[in-house]
Design a protein around this ligand. Structure first.
Ligand code: C2E
Ligand code: CA
Ligand code: CA
Ligand code: CA
Length: 279
């Protein structure tokens, strides 16, 4: 196993599932996919737990592979990160998402939020802040409508540097969410040192609500802490009304999951933007 820097081990171990012949052809295909515009952006609604209205959309990348059909991020993101194709991939995803959501923002949904996932490789790039701002300006997308989702592991790599970068983005109006909160290797010490707006409760904790006290306990603690720190909360992976009712009773602000909708292409999510009555 070759050393590949701070994040190397994780990328390496994740991509070990792909054997090397497959890897080569997948890498070639992915390069072609970026040239041939085969990436698709799906959107999953983030719903207000009180009103039932869609307040945000998380962009999730898919790859319409010419032979293999629709591929999910788990099939190709590790390779994209390892080969640095991730920067082109991310640019394409952001451009598409800003175009789609920009149209909806200008057509009756001025507060609609676009949430995008950022890979550690992107965030660690020296020109990350500048290129993100440039891209938003190029697509004329309002920064206040963008929320970037980063994981705790990114933060722990270099707290001082990440802090400077996030501060610039926050000053520019961009919102910052911690994704998969509670699952990373980090202390909580960063929470009041960084300009964070939202905690996303990982779906593993939400799924624990059904199976007994222990799982629910962690959700209780995260929501209470977010309230204390005046952070927004999005609970991920909400699949049934038991989970929803419980999260509402805790005062969780927003929910996201199959209960409200699976990630879907742009034309299929437009309908969910209308003021849906609570169900
Ligand atoms: P994530 O950011 O934690 O996204 C949530 C994942 O959970 C998505 O998987 C989504 O389809 C799935 N999910 C949503 N609701 C439910 C539910 O109720 N139950 C269950 N069991 N699952 C649910 P997906 O789309 O396969 O994405 C996997 C991961 O890939 C994402 O995890 C994110 O880390 C990464 N990813 C996706 N799109 C992008 C992208 O454009 N850029 C980067 N850097 N990463 C991305
Ligand atoms: Ca996410
Ligand atoms: Ca997540
Ligand atoms: Ca995840």
């Amino acid at each position: 196993v070759k050393a590949r820097g701070k994040d190397g081990y994780r990328f390496y171990s994740r991509s070990m599932c792909i054997d090397s012949a497959n890897r080569l052809s997948l890498e070639r295909d992915l390069r072609l996919a970026l040239e041939r515009d085969e990436l698709r952006v799906f959107y999953q609604p983030q719903v207000c737990a009180v009103s039932g209205r869609t307040v945000g959309l998380e962009a999730l990348v898919r790859w319409q592979h010419p032979e293999q059909g629709l591929l999910y991020p788990g099939d190709f993101l590790p390779l994209a990160e390892e080969t640095r194709l991730i920067s082109t991939l991310s640019e394409q995803v952001l451009a598409k998402a800003c175009r789609d959501v920009g149209v909806w923002i200008r057509n009756g949904h001025p507060d609609l939020r676009l949430a995008v996932n950022l890979s550690p490789v992107q965030v660690e790039h020296p020109r990350f802040v500048e290129s993100l701002m440039e891209q938003l300006e190029a697509c004329d997308f309002p920064p206040q409508n963008l929320e970037i989702e980063i994981t705790e592991n990114v933060i722990m790599n270099d707290l001082d540097q990440i802090s400077q970068k996030l501060r610039k983005l926050a000053d520019f109006g961009i919102r910052i969410a911690i994704d998969d909160f509670g699952t990373g290797y980090s202390s909580l010490n960063y929470l009041h040192r960084l300009p964070i707006h939202t905690l996303k409760v990982d779906q593993s904790f939400v799924q624990g609500i059904r199976s007994g006290e222990d799982g629910a306990c962690i959700v209780n603690a995260i929501v209470a802490m977010a309230h204390g720190l005046k952070l927004d909360i999005v609970a991920e992976g909400v699949e049934n009304d038991v989970q929803l009712a419980y999260l509402r009773s805790l005062g969780c602000h927003q929910v996201q999951g199959f209960f409200y909708g699976r990630p879907a292409p742009a034309d299929a999510v437009v309908g969910s933007l209308q003021n849906a009555p609570f169900r």
